[in-house]
Ligand binder design. Structure first.
Ligand code: PHE
Length: 340
């Protein structure tokens, strides 16, 4: 009778001969059949426990030889099959290595962020501190301390997003003036860029936009300092050819107050639809700090005077890039943003 080792070996050789050597799954099935937990070779090894002690060494030796032979044959067959499968994959499809890759485009700064950085840079160079303030303000900071009486139209529900009777989303960055003056002793100069909120929405107004507040308090500060600084700044932003003018205006927290215009960037001042044929575009409000405001924060208005200004960042970005609609700046449409 043929011994079990020979029997299993010849069965393995026969089955290996009929296994496809280009199919890793088939080779693996063969491995499981002979070497798996319940494989033929494995079962044979288990029989060793039932043998008499003197029979074991010879049996053990034979079964180990068998296992090693099967093991090695399977390894070789697997390697052959893997190679065959790769070969087949390469032959069936083709890769055009001359095609351009997907590529990762370089990012760029958002136009609003870019303008903000530029403005901050300018004022930091002039020795200004940069504050950020807070989006939610109380009545005191947004209105009362800024000399804005209870019946002032800017307190209207129509303009202000109220969260509570005395708490609101700030309608301007001017509240940062109060925060700053409450915590710093003059002389000082600071700017505060940030988001502001108003119940307003059309092509040139958005419910959320950004402003840059500025405040300077020192001895002997006059309206002339304000005008000089802002004109210099406008030239930096819009180029040396830009023309500027101050128009008399009113803000409860400045006296005197002015609105600053620059010559229309679309028609260079000739007059067009965008500037309503005036040749000018408004970019912000400013003025000398009202003595009542200084009093509200405990600064001696006899010793110190100051000026303040507040400009719309979105407005400046629109003028700079000739963007016709304010909503485009915050819509995050890639087709729009990729142009910058
Ligand atoms: N806060 C004013 C506004 O939002 C602008 C302003 C700031 C005017 C500072 C004067 C001084 O319109």
């Amino acid at each position: 009778m043929t011994n079990p080792f020979e029997l299993i070996k010849s069965q393995f050789v026969a089955e290996l001969a009929t296994t496809s050597l280009s199919d890793t799954a088939a080779v693996d099935a063969l491995r499981v059949k002979f070497l798996g937990k319940k494989g033929l070779v494995t079962e044979l090894m288990k029989q060793m426990g039932g043998l008499a002690a003197e029979e074991r060494p010879a049996f053990g030796k034979l079964v180990n030889v068998l296992k090693a032979e099967v093991d090695q044959a399977i390894e070789v067959a697997l390697a052959t099959a893997r190679e065959a499968e790769l070969e087949q994959k390469l032959n069936s499809g083709w890769v055009d290595i001359s095609l351009p890759g997907d590529g990762i485009g370089a990012g760029s700064l958002h136009p609003l962020y870019e303008i903000r950085e530029e403005i901050v840079d300018f004022f930091m160079g002039m020795g200004f501190h940069v504050e950020s303030g807070r989006d939610v303000e109380t009545d005191w900071y947004n209105f009362e301390a800024l000399n804005t009486p209870p019946d002032h139209p800017s307190r209207d529900m129509q303009d202000t997003f109220y969260l509570d009777k005395k708490v609101m989303l700030r309608t301007h960055t001017s509240g940062t003036q109060i925060h700053y003056m409450e915590t710093h002793k003059p002389p000082f100069r600071m700017i505060a860029p940030g988001h502001v909120f108003r119940v307003d929405s059309d092509a040139t107004h958005a419910p959320m936009f950004q402003q840059v507040e500025g405040l300077v308090v020192d001895r002997g500060i006059t309206f002339a300092h304000l005008k000089g600084l802002l004109f210099l700044w406008a030239k930096r932003l819009f180029g040396n050819e830009v023309k500027m003018r101050f128009r008399p205006s009113f803000f409860p927290f400045t006296e005197p107050s002015a609105e600053m215009d620059i010559s229309c960037v679309f028609c260079s001042g000739a007059g067009c639809r965008r500037c309503k044929h005036t040749g000018w575009m408004e970019i912000g409000g400013c003025g000398c700090v009202d003595p009542n405001v200084l009093k509200n924060v405990g600064i001696d208005g006899e010793e110190f005077t100051g000026f303040a200004f507040g400009f719309g960042l979105d407005r400046i970005a629109m003028l700079r890039h000739q963007v016709p609609e304010i909503g485009l700046l915050t819509a995050n449409d890639q087709r729009f943003l990729r142009q910058f």
